[in-house]
Design a protein around this ligand. Sequence first.
Ligand code: SF4
Length: 324
Amino acid sequence: MGDKVRCELCPTECELDNYQIGGCRTRINKSGVLYSLVYGKPCSVAIDPIEKKPFYHFLPATAAFSIATAGCVLDCKFCQNYQISQARPEEVDHKDLPPADVVRQALYYGCRSITYTYTEPTVFYEYMFDTAKLARDFKLKNTMHTCGYINSRPLRELAPFMDAADVDLKAFTEDFYSRICGGRLRPVLDTLVELKKAGVWIEITNLVIPTLNDDIKKISEMTAWIVNNLGRDVPLHFSRFFPYYKLKNLPPTPPGTLSDARKAALDSGLRYVYIGNLAGGGQNTSCHKCGRLLVERSGFRVNQNNIINGRCGSCGTGIPGVWG
Ligand code: SF4
């Protein structure tokens, strides 16, 4: 009984008996001490354009050294990476890549940043933390793509080493989070506010899924919350859903729904609203003041960038983001 441990890393707060593994599959209680099962053992290592994360207002057209381990704190029925996010560490191939090797490789391949991504980086918190701290010494930036399901204390300790976060805001109802993701909405909103307070650059991604979270009224509530709590300058990416994993029964998001969502977000006052996973418009950045096309993108490629020293190349207005 004395060996029982409560993990306080994410809001699930698993109570673990001796040798029991947490819900994320990556943390084990051994005689009253919690151990990570994935430290230094990434199952995915790749060099991606930063636009793929997606970050549209953070060092455009640069390469991001990207790592992930097995495991996740949520269980989303639409997960695009379920083969690794819902796997136990021993079920996936991994490399042995301690923090110093991650930093060394990122520098060797000319990356400007290291991104903790693909699965949920909270599950490899200690690995991410040590890598991010070391990366700073070598002038590399740190970014993460996260579901935001992390408790505020570990987040506050991590934030000083994190330059940017793309947070999945999966829907704006507790019901969706509970039924579709096995989590709660409130902690995600708290994370967004905490990141903003800590000065971390934030972008938000919302996957629009037919019948589950595509109600425009709810989307408007979500975008109004973003404006009121995070400000108008947070870029929002609406992403197109495709049938996958446990949601193969649903159709892809109709393009019109994504356009309606974008309009609702702009009407709420957001200045930079994008559409992803859809060929065609919705990917470019235009100045919120004069309307000039600033960053033109095709897929993950940047075709032109007219932002000069963080300002619109035409009217000189400051464009929110991290540009150089
Ligand atoms: S990080 Fe893992 S072990 Fe810790 S509370 Fe969350 S799900 Fe449980």
